[in-house]
Design a protein around this ligand. Sequence first.
Ligand code: LFR
Length: 439
Amino acid sequence: MRTVAAVDLGASSGRVVRGVVDDGAVHIEEVHRFPNGPVHLRGTLHWDVPGLYREVLTGLKLAGELDSIGIDSWAVDYGLLDAGGRLLGNPVHYRDSRTDGSTPRDGLYEINGLQFQPFNTMFQLMAEPLLPQASQLLLIPDLLSYWLTGERGAEYTNATTTGLIDVRTGQWSPELTRDLPAGLLPDLRHPGDSAGTYNGVPVTAVGSHDTASAVVAVPAETDRFAYISCGTWSLVGVELSKPVLSPESKAANFTNEGGVDGTIRYLRNVMGLWLLQECLRCWDAELEPLLREARQAEGSVFDPNDPVFLPPGDMPARIQQACGRVMTRAEVVRSVLDSLALAHRDAVNDAQRLSGKEVEVVHIVGGGSHNELLCQLTADACGLPVVAGPAEATALGNVLVQARAVGAAHGTLADLRKLVRESQPLRRYLPRATTSRYA
Ligand code: LFR
């Protein structure tokens, strides 16, 4: 039996989870949860990364005796270090406007296989005033890991979201990193590798991109599955062994991000529950009562991936504008859920068409798996069964990769997924006859 701590930082909350793994079972228990979110500092949107580090230390203390620690977070964002290893400035949030106006570049997709997102690290670096002073860049989980251990590295799954990795070689691309200061990017490390020690406890590299860890814990029975890692974003796609770099894939803005065990996470970013989170913030309201009302409400369909929804702001107004009508709160919520369900369907269909991989089930993991209406609407729209759960897939995937590294779990991703399937409560939604809305 081994006990590990998974530090999992999401865009709206962070948590430290204690995971106990022995032959054939995994149990997790949240020992510390704390809010996370953007902080406006005189016109720039930041993360409070030192504050997050303090919460991580609190959580690790509460976790008790440990055999390993692993850290994951959202992707693309980073801290810069000076030659003495000190942090230069507080890390900037990927929703900051400094990357407004970034456009896709010819020839990039063929090398990095990455979807165009204005916030990809490579575009942030083009707008980075501190770059000339920087000696090294660490992505957020690697930065926290460095503060814990004093050791630096770039975990591979998260590094693939920078846009600077050659998806064909799995290495930093000499071509794409040509204009960056020498030594800026640390050596790569892979999930399962050692990342140093903290107070004598091994720190283990995991799929440090939260989505990579979430995909590890998809409780799939066969490989014919699509997943939706549903939280602030909905990451919708399939698992592949090789990237798809076709012009059609590029046009559909599908990404080939690095997964655990050399897999490719072939997916599209759908705007996700961010739309609802921002509505609730504007209204200062709770989700549950609105979800109950939304069951009966009439929604309108809009494109949730319109970049107008990317920055924080008056989301209810933007949604009503996009739908071309004035709506009640319940109608806004219903419109978000209907529109997300359709965007989920489109991404599941596109993933199959573009990769040639057919699926027979859609797994919804992450916090959004608790949203019964969204799960049902997604099943209806896709015309496929949806298996919902686990909600804490990211923490579980983080725990399992550590457990394997310390010898408490064994085998392939399929073996790790079996552990999840056998130990976590899951809920099944069957597609209902489609309404005209989904024609
Ligand atoms: C999800 C996620 C997505 C990434 C976005 C920005 O939390 O990591 O995979 O595209 O956040 O980093």
